[in-house]
Design a binder for this molecule. Structure first.
Ligand code: GLN
Length: 285
């Protein structure tokens, strides 16, 4: 069978299993297996697959049919122009989180040394993107998952940012128990777990079945992580330091209220591509 024939059958199989853009996904899987770009793949659609290539391709297609995210199958994700490793058990960085990086970069002087703290770093996406975009930034990234920290470390080494990023095991609710230095950070950034319990069960199978619940589950009202951050951020921020967080849909108002109550400014809300208030940036005067 030719590449095109394999692709057609695989797309039909994924479509049958409820996957929305099956053709694009099978093309990405086959391009990854052959080590070529999607364009090159499509330009040579008449070539046959060897039996070894076919076996690998169909094994990958079968994993995808079980709703395993494409990024876990290929083991990589692109974020802010960086290629990052991800493994099952580690949250897959999303495009909307790139806006969080952009917002911090926009507000920062690239010549100044920015000290940042990334809470719940996962694969290290936000922290590593900040290192990439701000050549003088240095930071600490915290996570409660050893698995995530191992992947973040691998990514930091791979991208050559290991010297500028310290990785620390710790729970968002008990940062005082970590070795984090006090009053030291210009910005605390986080894409915390924020999905309210009720919505968690309605997430796509790719997310609910495959991604780590710790990275997503925001508790009954989705807000526990913001309460923990608002309470502890003043300990670790420099005077006038900022907090920049990603928000779940509908969380802008309650999160803003939490931070104002903790002595922060009312801050700025930034909408995502879908018009949802997705980011909140505030200062402690
Ligand atoms: N944006 C993610 C989702 O809806 C949630 C991320 C998070 O909880 N921080 O799948």
């Amino acid at each position: 069978m030719t590449r095109t024939e394999h692709l057609e059958r695989a797309a039909a199989w994924l479509s049958f299993n409820g996957i929305e853009a099956p053709r694009r996904e099978v093309e990405e899987l086959l391009a990854w297996i052959l080590g070529v770009s999607r364009l090159t793949l499509l330009a040579h659609g008449e070539e046959p697959l060897t039996s070894a290539q076919g076996a690998r391709f169909w094994e990958a297609v079968d994993r995808r049919a079980h709703r395993e995210p494409l990024q876990y199958i290929t083991g990589e994700v692109s974020f802010c122009g960086l290629r990052l490793a991800v493994t099952p058990g580690v949250f897959i960085p999303r495009p909307e989180t790139e806006l969080l990086v952009e917002a911090i970069v926009d507000q920062s002087d690239p010549q100044a040394t920015l000290h940042f703290l990334d809470l719940g770093t996962g694969s290290g996406a936000i922290a590593l993107a900040l290192c990439h975009r701000l050549p003088r930034a240095v930071g600490v990234a915290v996570d409660v998952s050893r698995e995530a920290l191992a992947v973040a470390a691998q990514n930091a080494i791979q991208l050559d940012f290991a010297e500028r990023l310290r990785l620390l095991f710790g729970d968002l609710r008990a940062l005082e128990a970590t070795a984090l230095p006090l009053s030291s950070f210009d910005v605390i950034v986080s894409n915390p777990p924020y999905v309210p319990q009720e919505e968690y069960v309605r997430l796509a199978p790719e997310v609910a079945r495959w991604e780590p619940r710790t990275a997503l589950d925001g508790g009954v009202d989705g807000l526990w992580a913001y309460r923990a951050i608002a309470r502890q951020a003043p300990l670790f921020l420099k005077p006038d330091g900022r907090v920049a967080v990603e928000l779940g849909a509908g969380e802008a108002e309650p999160v803003q209220a939490l931070f104002v109550q903790a002595g922060f400014t009312s801050g700025t809300l930034i909408a995502d591509f879908a018009g949802i208030q997705r980011l909140y940036i505030t200062r402690r005067p």
